[in-house]
Design a protein around this ligand. Sequence first.
Ligand SMILES: *[C@@H]1O[C@H](CO)[C@@H](O)[C@H](O)[C@H]1NC(C)=O
Ligand SMILES: *[C@@H]1O[C@H](CO)[C@@H](O)[C@H](O)[C@H]1NC(C)=O
Ligand SMILES: *[C@@H]1O[C@H](CO)[C@@H](O)[C@H](O)[C@H]1NC(C)=O
Ligand SMILES: *[C@@H]1O[C@H](CO)[C@@H](O)[C@H](O)[C@H]1NC(C)=O
Ligand SMILES: CC(=O)N[C@H]1CO[C@H](CO)[C@@H](O)[C@@H]1O
Length: 574
Amino acid sequence: MKATAALLLLGLAALADAQLDWWQKSVIYQVYPRSFKDGGTDGIGDIPGIIEKLDHFVETGIGGVWLSPVFKSPMKDFGYDVSDFREIDPIFGTMADFDALVLGCRARGLKLILDFVPNHSSDEHDWFIRSKAREDPYTDYYTWKDPAGINASGSPIPPNNWLSNFGGPAWTWVEERQQFYLHQFHAGQPDLNYRNPLVVEEMNDILRFWLDKGADGFRLDAVPHLMEDQTFPDEPPSNDPSYGPDQWGSLLHIYTKDQPELYSLIYGFRDVVDQKQGELGRSLVMMVEAYTNITNTMLYYGNGTHVGAHFPFNFELINNLNNNTDAAGLRNVISNWFNYLPSGAWSNWVVGNHDQPRVAGRFGNEFGLSAIILSQLLPGTGVTYNGEEINMENTFISWEDTVDPSGCQAGPDEYWRFSRDPERTPFQWSADSMAGFTAGSTTWLPINENYVTLNLEAQKAAAVSPYKVYQKLTAARRDIIAVQTGEFKMLTLNSNVFAFVREVPSGNPSVLVLVNMDNFVQVVDANPSSTLPAIGTYYTGSLESVYVENEEVSLSSVNLSPRGAAVIIYDALA
Ligand SMILES: *[C@@H]1O[C@H](CO)[C@@H](O)[C@H](O)[C@H]1NC(C)=O
Ligand SMILES: *[C@@H]1O[C@H](CO)[C@@H](O)[C@H](O)[C@H]1NC(C)=O
Ligand SMILES: *[C@@H]1O[C@H](CO)[C@@H](O)[C@H](O)[C@H]1NC(C)=O
Ligand SMILES: *[C@@H]1O[C@H](CO)[C@@H](O)[C@H](O)[C@H]1NC(C)=O
Ligand SMILES: CC(=O)N[C@H]1CO[C@H](CO)[C@@H](O)[C@@H]1O
């Protein structure tokens, strides 16, 4: 047995860094509950279904399970419109089911993270109903404005030109109150008024409620939209010809997004989480979702005097990696993140979620898997969207089957540009009928027809599969200290091959990762300046790789399949 392979078998868990928190050492996995597993027969995933599959997380090497919203909701936006922040929606189960989920997670050492949707409530929320009636203290829980005037046919004119994310005006008239309310998303999702301290305290209490119930933290949804400019000016046109006049992209959102006051609000939520952490004696996490530019993203970590989220999601690989990116381009994307990252802050890498086309669809299966490999081995926490562990593909959804409001609102000709249904179809567990997702005979979104061959059971049985690769990645993150805290160095090899190392001193395994950005096989010298040893050990990589696990690899001539990746373990030079 070769020296490096022997290192790999040393009982590496013992070497893992005890100083790190659970969310730094383990993969965080997003469950989209409607599509994960149906515990019943209605064709919609639910909490009993998740409980049935808890061992899947353990077997897959997941440490933190983040649930997209399971709260009471009229489901106009599939749970991202909450009508009671303290109740479980009957579609997903009961509070007793939630308690059982907490226990099931605890028993397996899994952490449970909940989605927190502060950007708005449902229009069916009791607060909104009372606010419409001007009932105190709810009168100013939402953003209400008088009309700008009355038009020629006697209808009230909205206060300004702001548009909803889903298209059309961001304002809806309420006869009862004779005012417009603001909704940056669906009209069924009125925006909460965070300039009202009572609203802030309500939301703090909701965080406390779920932590007391056993949650280990939160992912905060859509935070850049939490606050608007108080003077309500019109937004300027974007002059982007790809958007019609009613579409959100037709304006520049300088008054409805990224407002400076919103960061303090986030720091306040972190204070609540930290206070509870002290009280409950368990380590908690707070992550935020913010589609914004990189300087604004970094403000979510804190501002120097106040701490914010443990991490804001890093969408750089979603925003800036494409089929044409070369090695230098990818190095730039990654250096850019680290250049802006505040010192001491913890990174993370996201390649997909319920709002983005699947990574296999964006890049093809080979490069999609390479991107997943990057997300798990770059410094920081790897975040996985359910289905990525088997490299699920986008599903074609006809206009007739489209249910996402973002698609529906765009109409039959344009829906495919905006619909998020293709990445939300049911998880493909097996080749059984209904992909093993439900015991019923229909599903809320069609199952991808490729489930017969692309499914978890088949990938477990196969000698080589995306799932087998994914398991190796989660094991690396858990057990190999270099993947947790090893020094990160990018290598410059050639324009087609992106490479980096995660290095620790000789005696423990270091990791070399290479990605072929090109459509042809590359044989590359990964060690041109002899900073690495001559030989390494193949750990995992693309399905088309010429290497098998534990095979010796000469670092001066590494073979990479088209768009493929190779992960090689080595013992650093002394
Ligand atoms: C007045 O506003 C209503 C509601 O938006 C609209 O249906 C109507 O066409 C408008 N009338 C004129 C003359 O602009
Ligand atoms: C950081 O945020 C806190 C809380 O909002 C605020 O009081 C403080 O002034 C900010 N500090 C800086 C340096 O901006
Ligand atoms: C990001 O946007 C803010 C305004 O929200 C602006 O001040 C900042 O310069 C922008 N940063 C980059 C890198 O474009
Ligand atoms: C990127 O390439 C893959 C594989 O050829 C292809 O399936 C995918 O559609 C491409 N993505 C885009 C955005 O063109
Ligand atoms: C960025 C974003 O769109 N975030 C969420 C805010 O709320 C809407 C409506 O619930 C969700 O669809 C978004 O995902």
